[in-house]
Design a protein around this ligand. Structure first.
Ligand code: NAD
Ligand code: DAU
Length: 354
């Protein structure tokens, strides 16, 4: 048996591939376009591992995706591929529409054709798992109940609107064609191999470089943080036992205002890598102009996945953020190569299969 992962050179997809192959002998076909967010260096430990086949390509390329499906006959497709950064979607929404909406549509068409041609047993066992976000639900007020799976969709950014559209397409392919889909809507992830345009890795690299730590607006926006390996275990669990056509919200039960996150990162760095001059990293905090349309609060009610599938996060925020800061301190080369752009050349010629 084999699975096909899309976007497996990005932050969550790569963590998922590494986790999967750490506990399973089932091969992974990894299809990734290698946009700026795709980093093969993250997968360096898999070089030479025959269980991992990397293919550079676009989820929307029907010819390539259909060829891969026919060649490798996966029992499941897990779709991580997306443009994922809200600020980029505000500056330049076109790529988000193209990959998250048009690309997902193309992937659905390829998968539908492949699935339709499978023998009955393989057809019944097949799954398409679509990885989505809590941002599709919009923004909560401070006293509102956390997002459940039946919360109305109210996306506020081009990113979240494009993810919402992809969720609707996935849902429609189940209802119209019977495609065996599962959707997960997850809160903010953090952990190793996170691209330093996102809050937590940006704060770590800027702090260490002595640069300002830019906090948008008043810093009181709330996010619900989940350690990335817990997201990976939730996806494995949904793939294995999720009910067809269902949506599962995934979250960490860890609501925190941004400024608290930044101060926690600073305090951990003060402990683990104290500054030579004895000053505290928090002195680098700098409040800057807010993100346009900035959602105030996200919070996930993850009781359905716990009740139905027995999943709960293993990490607390305290344990996860400590591991994360320790990982960045122990892996300065990974971060330096991302910052210099050298990661884009990483073993490309040896590593990319056809
Ligand atoms: P990321 O930006 O780090 O990685 C995305 C990956 O997709 C990259 O490797 C990129 O090269 C690849 N990609 C982009 N366009 C592609 C295309 N057209 N065809 C094939 N590959 C393409 O994103 P991430 O943070 O790892 O997020 C993965 C998924 O999880 C996304 O769908 C995102 O919406 C969702 N998600 C992310 C978070 C989070 O906190 N990061 C939370 C919930 C859900
Ligand atoms: O909720 C899930 C989403 O989490 C995912 O769907 C997205 O792909 C992922 O990027 C993330 O979106 P956010 O916008 O919440 O993440 P980001 O790390 O960009 O920002 C987290 C919070 O920190 C947000 O309120 C904006 C704020 N922020 C961010 C940056 C980069 C700052 O205050 N300063 C910054 O420099």
């Amino acid at each position: 048996m084999t699975i096909l992962v899309t976007g497996g050179a990005g932050f969550i997809g790569a963590n998922f591939v590494l986790d999967w192959l750490a506990q399973s002998s089932e091969p992974v076909i990894n299809l990734d376009k290698l946009t700026y967010a795709g980093n093969l260096e993250t997968l360096a430990s898999l070089q030479g591992d025959v269980r991992h086949v990397f293919v550079q390509g676009d989820i929307g390329d029907g010819v390539q995706v259909s060829g891969l499906l026919e060649k490798h006959q996966p029992r499941a497709v897990i779709n991580f591929a997306a443009e994922s950064h809200v600020d980029r979607s505000i500056h330049s929404p076109g790529d988000f529409i193209q990959t998250n909406i048009v690309g997902t549509f193309g992937l659905l068409e390829s998968v539908r054709a492949y699935w339709g041609g499978l023998a009955p047993e393989a057809k019944a066992a097949f799954r398409l798992l679509h990885v989505s976000t809590d941002e599709v639900y919009g923004s909560l007020g401070s006293g509102d109940a956390a997002f459940s799976e039946t919360h109305r969709y109210e996306p506020n950014s081009p990113y979240s609107a494009s993810k919402a559209a992809s969720d609707h397409l996935v849902r429609a392919y189940h209802h119209t064609y019977g495609l065996p889909v599962l959707t997960t809507n997850c809160s903010n992830n953090y952990g190793p191999y996170h691209f330093p345009e996102k809050l937590i890795p940006l704060m770590i690299v800027n702090a260490l470089a002595g640069k300002p730590l830019p906090v948008y607006g008043d810093g009181m926006q709330v996010r619900d943080w989940l350690y990335v390996k817990d997201h990976c275990s939730a996806i494995r669990q949904v793939l294995q036992a999720g009910r067809l056509g269902e949506v599962y919200n995934v979250g960490g039960w860890n609501e925190k205002p941004n400024i608290e996150i930044v101060k926690t990162v600073c305090a951990l760095l003060d402990e683990l890598r104290p500054k030579a001059d004895g000053s505290f990293y928090s002195t680098q905090i700098s409040y800057v102009k807010d993100r346009p349309g900035h959602d105030r609060r996200y919070a996930i009610d993850a009781s359905k996945i716990e009740r139905e599938l027995g999943w709960r996060p293993a990490e607390t925020f305290e344990s996860g953020i400590r591991k994360t800061v320790q990982w960045y301190l122990a892996n300065p080369d990974w971060m330096a190569n991302v910052q210099s752009g050298a990661y884009r050349d990483w073993v490309l010629t040896q590593y990319v299969a056809t």
